[in-house]
Design a protein around this ligand. Structure first.
Ligand code: NAD
Length: 298
C-alpha cells in the first residue's frame, strides 16, 4: 500500500521532488499559491488542497519547500496553517530558513504534538530533478527512521544532528561557500577574459588545477558562457541565505569578515539585477564594471 503524504510549495525545487515522490508511489496532497505550479502535478495524480490546514488534515507527514522564513512561519503556524490540521504528526522543512526560525517553528509545532524534521537541501534544481540533493536532516533517530524512505527519494540523506536548527546551520555554511565561489569566480573569469584568455580554456585549466570550485565546475560552462542564466535558483534566495548566515555567525560571535564582503556583493546583485534574476547573473555586476563579458570569443 502506498503512503499518503503532503507537500506545500511546489516551485523550482518542490515541483521535481513531488514528481519523484509520485513516481516512487507516494500519494500526494499538495498546496501552493501558484496554480500553474500545481497543474502538472495534479495531472500526474496529486490531489490539490485549498489550505495548508487541509493538507495537514489529510495526511500525517507534511513536507514544505518555501522561499523565506516568514512564509514558512505563516504556512506552519498562521491561520489555516499546518498547526491547525487534525491528522499531521510530522513536519519536514526542506526550505532554507536559518536556525533561529527553525528552532522557533519547531517549538511552536511541538505544542501541537507535531514533530519537526529540519531538513534543508543542497544540489540545485538539477539535483532535485535527479533525486540526488544532499539532505541535511536534524531530528531524533526515531523521527529520521520514520521519514528516511521519503527523504531518500529526494536525495542523499545525512543525519547532521538531533535538534532542529542544526540542519539549517549546516545548509548556511554550505551556501556561504557556494555564494562565495560564484562571486569570486566571476571576478577571476572576468579578469582572464579581459586579458584575452578564452573562458573555455580558463575553465579547463582551473578545473584541472587548484582553483576548481562549484562555480567553475559546472555553472560557468552550463549557464554563464552560453549566457542562458538558467540554474533555477534566484538572486533573492541566495541573498537571503548569505544574510541569514551572516546574522547567525555574527550572533554566535564568529569572525565573518570575508562573508561580510560576499554579502555586500549579493546586496549589489539584488539592487542591480532584482530578486527574480538567476543567481548565475551575479557575473553581470562584475562585467558591467569591467567592460567585458564572459562569453565565447567572436
Ligand atoms: P521557488 O520560489 O521556485 O518555489 C517556492 C514555491 O513556494 C513557489 O511555487 C511559490 O508559489 C510557493 N509559495 C510562495 N509563497 C507561498 C505561500 N504563502 N503559500 C504556498 N505556497 C507559496 O523556490 P525554490 O527555488 O524551489 O526554493 C524553495 C526553498 O528551497 C527555498 O527556501 C530555497 O532557499 C531552497 N533551495 C533552493 C534551491 C534551488 O536551487 N532553487 C536549492 C537548495 C535549496
Amino acid at each position: 500500500m502506498s503512503e499518503a503524504i503532503g507537500f506545500i510549495g511546489v516551485g523550482n525545487m518542490g515541483g521535481p521532488m513531488c514528481r519523484n515522490l509520485l513516481q516512487a508511489g507516494y500519494e500526494l496532497t499538495i498546496y501552493d499559491i501558484d496554480e500553474e505550479a500545481l497543474k502538472p502535478l495534479v495531472e500526474l495524480g496529486a490531489t490539490r488542497a485549498d489550505t495548508p490546514a487541509a493538507v495537514a488534515s489529510a495526511v500525517e507527514i507534511v513536507l514544505v519547500s518555501l522561499p523565506t522564513p516568514d512564509i514558512v512561519r505563516q504556512i506552519a503556524l498562521g491561520p489555516s496553517g499546518i498547526s491547525s490540521g487534525n491528522r499531521v504528526n510530522t513536519y519536514i522543512d526542506l526550505s532554507t530558513t536559518g536556525p533561529k526560525a527553525a528552532e522557533e517553528i519547531s517549538a511552536a509545532l511541538a505544542d501541537h504534538d507535531i514533530a519537526t524534521v529540519d531538513s534543508p537541501v543542497s544540489g540545485g534544481v538539477s539535483g532535485a530533478i535527479a533525486g540526488t540533493v544532499a539532505v541535511m536532516a536534524a531530528c531524533s533517530e526515531d523521527h529520521l527512521a520514520r521519514v528516511r524512505p521519503i527523504l531518500e527519494v529526494i536525495g542523499n540523506v545525512f543525519h547532521v544532528g538531533e535538534t532542529p536548527g542544526l540542519g539549517q546551520t549546516m545548509k548556511l555554511a554550505n551556501n556561504l561557500l557556494s555564494a562565495t565561489a560564484l562571486a569570486i569566480s566571476s571576478e577571476a573569469m572576468v579578469m582572464g577574459v579581459k586579458a584575452g584568455l578564452d573562458p573555455r580554456i580558463m575553465l579547463d585549466v582551473i578545473n584541472a588545477g587548484s582553483g576548481k570550485n562549484t562555480a567553475t565546475d559546472g555553472k560557468f560552462a552550463g549557464a554563464i558562457i552560453p549566457r542562458s542564466f538558467d540554474l533555477g535558483f534566484s538572486v533573492g534566495l541566495m541573498h537571503k541565505d548569505v544574510k541569514l548566515c551572516l546574522e547567525e555567525g555574527t550572533a554566535m560571535g564568529v569572525s565573518m569578515d570575508l562573508a561580510a564582503t560576499v554579502g555586500d556583493m549579493w546586496d549589489r546583485a539584488l539592487d542591480e539585477l532584482g530578486a527574480n534574476a538567476d543567481f548565475s547573473e551575479i557575473v553581470k555586476c562584475v562585467e558591467t564594471r569591467s567592460g567585458v563579458e564572459v562569453k565565447l570569443p567572436d
